[in-house]
Design a protein around this ligand. Structure first.
Ligand code: ADP
Ligand code: ZN
Length: 711
């Protein structure tokens, strides 16, 4: 915070240009004072006021103050985070023209025969009858290839136009027919209808496919009809075509979409439309939580357990938690939905702080995927698969169904070993084995991103015979083509699915049955449905059973449950197998026999006994330095200072799970307390002192409040 002079009053939340040393910087006005602590003669005047109307309203300023205080981060960065990039760069708050798409005359006259087997093109063509649509919204729903295909056929065309500031959307709303809600859905919907005004927080816990989205759709109906706006958060890669298209179709209004593939200007356009109240529904990923709304009505956080809501660097905020603050500040309801609630939210629901709705049945006649454990002790594994598993796969494939395999690692193999002497090729900067990427013939470090060619000979003994250890997606893909030469397989991971449209294309092909075998990582567990998949195999769950991270079990069970939920549909009951060396592990048994809901409640009890979150609060102080000793000593001193506040426990300093990365040793200090207040007080007192420690200049350090990731 810095003081500057101004002749006339400037509203809080306006951007200004100010002199800062020899430079000119962008600043945001956060308040006015009659007199400054700085001498009048030393105060410099503001050079220019960029906005007539504040870019951050009172609510946002309050939220930024909260962010700054809660996450122990400079207010300036919180304000920056809340603004779209274009505004951070000092551009005008009025967006330039954006690209739109509309039907051509030829398109309006076309009929369903024009598409042959191009089902996606046909879907897009149908969707275009909902009205002209911005390219940024459309690309969230349809791949570039499909859009370009229709343009080439002359059925749709692009045009440039400023974003519309349509304040009439409420009147233009056309409700499509909706299914009759099930009893469980109806309970949630009517409870939410009764709580349209004022702050409340609800957890909607419903198995995948149980109709959570349908609850959202019906719950927001009266809110939209009253002219109030709804903000919906979705996970990073869970923003599926179906989601946006469904909301658009149900209400027949424009939807503002904020995803990672937008230009700065497109982002600004949605921001402005939302701020003016010209958008009824805004759907976006983590940072969309900052979207201003003229008439806020409700916030929904879909898949609230998802880790992408937590920012992992800089200002490490959690969008779900910020959503709670925002809903409170705006006096509106917040709805959290998921099949696999985070233990934090579940605890809030079970203790009565949140309303709690449960959907136990899948909508329609769809049945649950059966989960089983496969003991692989002493079994011969081919490409990580036990023989019994391979036979089972064969059976499903012969029925004409698809099989999905989940592996946690990209690449061919997580380690390259010299067969002669056992030397393992390691990234020197991270002291971890390189992952072999066979296609590119390269060794890649998955921790720092560095890579090199595969050496001809062993660095230690000079032999030239390499072995690999472990199985990655690439190897499994190759293996499957040997094991099942008559079936096509596809690999879906961040290597094969670069760029958003590529992923969409791959998924479309899967659902058109072009592939029978799907190999994938985490990506497969988010938002997409695979109706033809009847068998899901998780190759190796053991890593998560014995992990240094106390949330590993929770995350494993969320993953397993999400994957199971993606498979199968009404006529095709699915099964899922977890390969493990620990078949009688109580956690696996609980999950498999009793389901996530039961597991989660059990896990909560364990956390309670252990005094772990959500029954206590944590702050993680990280320190990295080229010399391990520096990080350790810095954290040790930090610990001494912090422990002067009562009610705080400290664990560490200890090396991080990932001890070294990019040539830096990584140390951690975990602070824990029964009361948030104690941690906040301690940090507020100590952080300025830490900044002044001589060692603070030798280490790179950061503070993570409510840490999720201990790697
Ligand atoms: P979730 O969001 O929990 O995964 P969805 O809302 O997407 O579930 O519902 C799954 C499927 O069931 C969708 O195709 C949806 O249209 C359908 N569906 C949801 N609720 C009902 C209902 N009450 N009656 C009939 N079909 C429904
Ligand atoms: Zn590395």
């Amino acid at each position: 915070m810095f003081d500057y002079l101004s002749e006339q009053p400037i509203a809080d939340g306006c951007r200004v240009l100010v002199p800062f040393g020899p430079r000119t910087l962008l600043g945001i006005v956060i308040g006015q004072v009659e007199r400054s602590d700085i001498q009048q003669t030393k105060l410099k005047p503001i050079q220019e006021v960029l906005d007539h109307q504040p870019v951050l309203d009172a609510t946002q300023l309050t939220l930024c103050r909260w962010l700054s205080q809660y996450y122990q981060h400079p207010l300036g960065e919180a304000l920056q985070t809340a603004l779209p990039v274009a505004l951070r760069k000092g551009e005008q708050a009025t967006p330039k023209e954006i690209t739109w798409l509309r039907l051509t005359e030829q398109g309006e006259a076309a009929d369903d025969n024009a598409f042959g087997r191009a089902k996606k093109q046909q879907q897009l063509w149908h969707a275009m009858f909902d009205g002209e649509v911005s390219q940024s919204t459309l690309t969230a729903s349809f791949s570039r290839t499909v859009i370009d295909g229709l343009i080439k056929k002359g059925l749709i065309e692009t045009f440039e136009q400023a974003p519309k500031l349509n304040l009439n959307w409420t009147r233009e709303m056309v409700l499509a027919t909706r299914p009759v809600a099930s009893v469980e859905q109806a309970v949630a919907i009517s409870a939410l209808h009764q709580r349209q005004q004022g702050f409340s927080c609800s957890l909607l816990e419903g198995v995948t496919g149980s109709g959570k989205t349908e609850v959202y759709l019906q719950a927001i109906e009266p809110i939209l009809q009253a002219g109030r706006q709804v903000l919906i958060l979705v996970p990073e890669i869970g923003l599926t075509p179906q989601t946006v298209a469904r909301f658009r179709h149900r209400f027949g209004i424009e939807i503002g979409v904020l995803h990672s593939n937008l230009t700065d200007n497109e982002r600004l356009a949605v921001w402005q439309q939302a701020r003016e109240g010209a958008l009824g529904i805004i759907i976006g990923t983590r940072s969309a939580i900052f979207t201003p709304m003229a008439k806020p009505g409700m916030i929904i956080v879909d898949e609230e357990h998802d880790n992408s809501y937590k920012q992992q660097d800089g200002l490490r905020y959690h969008a779900r938690d910020l959503a709670v603050m925002r809903a409170r500040e705006e006096h509106i309801p917040l709805l959290l939905g998921t099949a696999t609630p985070s233990l934090e939210s579940l605890n809030n629901a079970l203790s009565g702080r949140y309303l709690h709705f449960q959907l136990h049945q899948r909508a329609g006649s769809a049945v649950h995927t059966r989960q089983q454990v496969l003991d692989i002790r002493n079994q011969r594994l081919q490409f990580g698969l036990a023989n019994a598993m391979i036979e089972r796969m064969e059976w499903h494939l012969r029925q004409g169904n698809q099989v999905m395999l989940f592996v946690n690692r990209r690449g061919y193999a997580p380690a390259l070993i010299c067969h002669q002497c056992g030397h393992v090729e390691e990234c020197r900067r991270c002291e971890r084995s390189y992952t072999l990427h066979h296609q590119q013939q390269r060794l890649q470090c998955h921790h720092c991103g560095s890579s090199k060619g595969v050496p001809h000979t062993c660095h230690d003994c000079g032999a030239s015979q390499w072995m690999t250890s472990g199985v990655g997606t690439e190897q499994l893909e190759k293996g499957l083509s040997e094991l099942f030469p008559h079936y096509a397989s596809v690999r879906i991971d961040s290597d094969s699915a670069r760029g958003k449209t590529k992923l969409q294309d791959l998924l479309d092909k899967v659902n058109r049955n072009q592939y029978q075998l799907l190999i994938g990582t985490q990506i497969l567990s988010k938002g997409h449905h695979f109706p033809h998949v009847t068998l899901v195999v998780i190759l190796d769950v053991d890593g998560a059973l014995y992990s240094g991270d106390f949330r590993a079990a929770e995350h494993l069970c969320q993953l397993v449950t999400q994957l199971a939920g993606r498979a199968g549909r009404a006529e095709k009951a699915g099964e899922m197998w977890l390969q493990t060396h620990h078949p009688e592990h109580p956690l696996l048994q609980d999950l498999v026999h009793n389901g996530y809901a039961h597991f989660a409640r059990h896990c909560l009890m364990e956390r309670k006994h252990a005094g772990l979150p959500p029954y206590s609060y944590q702050v993680l102080v990280r320190a990295e330095a080229p010399q391990a000793q520096h990080g350790f000593e810095f954290l040790y001193q930090a610990r001494q200072l912090l422990m002067q506040t009562a009610g705080i426990q400290a664990i560490g300093p200890l090396p991080a799970l990932m001890e070294k990365r990019q040539g830096r040793y990584r140390m951690q200090l975990v602070l824990q307390s029964q009361q948030r207040r104690h941690l906040q007080q301690a940090l507020q007192r100590v952080l300025p002192e830490l900044e002044n420690l001589p060692l603070a200049r030798k280490v790179r350090w950061s503070v993570d409040v409510d840490p999720q990731d201990f790697s």
